[in-house]
Design a protein around this ligand. Structure first.
Ligand SMILES: [Zn+2]
Length: 153
């Protein structure tokens, strides 16, 4: 039977040799405890408890990041909508005050009154319809130009 001192001596020697990788033992780089590993498993640096703890933390981090990404994506969507609304408001404010601002809203009625189908045989009807279509196009282009300039301010 080994005495307590002899046992401790053997145990200390075993642990020192285990730390050197003898007997398939290794020391956990996290908690410092000894753990068993096969001689070909030199890549194992953590004991099972620390490895499981590490794995659980990685999974929790992954889940937390997924939730953050979802939250950020929804935030981006909201901000894009808000940005678009503000852009529209700004371009509307930047339009110079002009009687022509009501032109587009009255355009359908104007075209209805002037259209050659409604005024058969009237040469002015064709002329006015062409002029209204050109004017609408010119006003839309002008509004887009002013809106684009306002958006870059
Ligand atoms: Zn450990």
């Amino acid at each position: 039977m080994l005495t307590s001192t002899a046992y401790n001596h053997i145990n200390i020697r075993y642990c020192r040799e285990a730390a050197k990788g003898v007997y398939g033992m290794a020391r956990c780089s996290r908690c410092g405890e000894y753990f068993y590993r096969e001689p070909h498993e030199k890549w194992k640096r953590l004991c099972l408890d620390c490895w499981l703890d590490d794995k659980r933390k990685r999974e929790e981090d992954g889940q937390r990041r997924e939730r953050q990404v979802e939250w950020l994506e929804s935030r981006i969507d909201k901000l894009e909508d808000e940005n678009e609304a503000l852009r529209r408001q700004l371009s509307a404010r930047m339009l110079p005050a002009s009687p022509m601002n009501g032109f587009l809203s009255h355009f359908p009625a104007l075209i209805r009154f002037c259209h050659p189908d409604r005024n058969p045989g009237d040469p002015t009807a064709h002329e006015l319809t062409v002029w209204l279509l050109d004017a609408r196009e010119a006003l839309k282009n002008e509004n887009a130009r002013v809106g684009a300039r306002a958006a870059t301010v």
